[in-house]
Design a protein around this ligand. Sequence first.
Ligand code: PML
Length: 251
Amino acid sequence: MLYSIRMRAAQGGAHENGGQHISGAECLLTEQNLSDTAGMLIQRALHHSKGKADFIRLTIENIAEETIQTVPMLKIESFAAADLTEGHNDAVQFLQRAGISRTAIDKAMYFLTQLKENMRGAVVMDAQSGKRLDDTGSRGIRVTKMDFKNPARAKEKLNACGFTNIHVHEAIVLASKVLSAPGVIGELCWSDDPDYIIGYVSANGCYHRITKMKPLHSNQGGRAFFVKSGTDINALRQYLEQQVVLVDETL
Ligand code: PML
């Protein structure tokens, strides 16, 4: 039997009461591993580069096995950018190759670099016009209920290719789920952690990992999903927030 465990942590009280988002993480696991993982997630919330959380929410939910969907892991390619301009130019190129317009890309870049407050979820944009299509405001759409199908095996494979940190392990799971969603053709992301400047573009079955996507010490980061015109945004949100997905690196 599988359980979903999710941690969300904030400083200054709960998120819904104005607390500043500090950390979030999740995995799917068996009952035997729940307690250890809960402890690990709490430690993560208490020791974060964005500060010490004073509000931590842990959610544990049983998952009906027959509802789980399995999707392939994206392949990963790494690009060493000399500076931010080169990193952003690389990102533009990968997104354009997927058929996303320059207007939409520029709007997403502008959105992510101008964020005034921390946005935990993602914005959804029309891949041609760049119009924001979700109605979630500063909350954004939050991708949850996902993990590797076999976490030990997948991490071993990623580590062997030099992708050794928790950011890339978690991001590849999320990006694989997002690109498997109906209507999504690309994603642009960089972290809001002040000490983490790597970001990625996922498109065309590939996670393009780009080494410089934002200035060091900046806490402006987030995600934009690009969708085909006519995508059913409610169905998309339901898939991203509710559908349990396992990512299989052998497919
Ligand atoms: C995040 O952790 O918020 C996003 C991380 C994006 C880059 C992960 C990587 O490939 O190192």
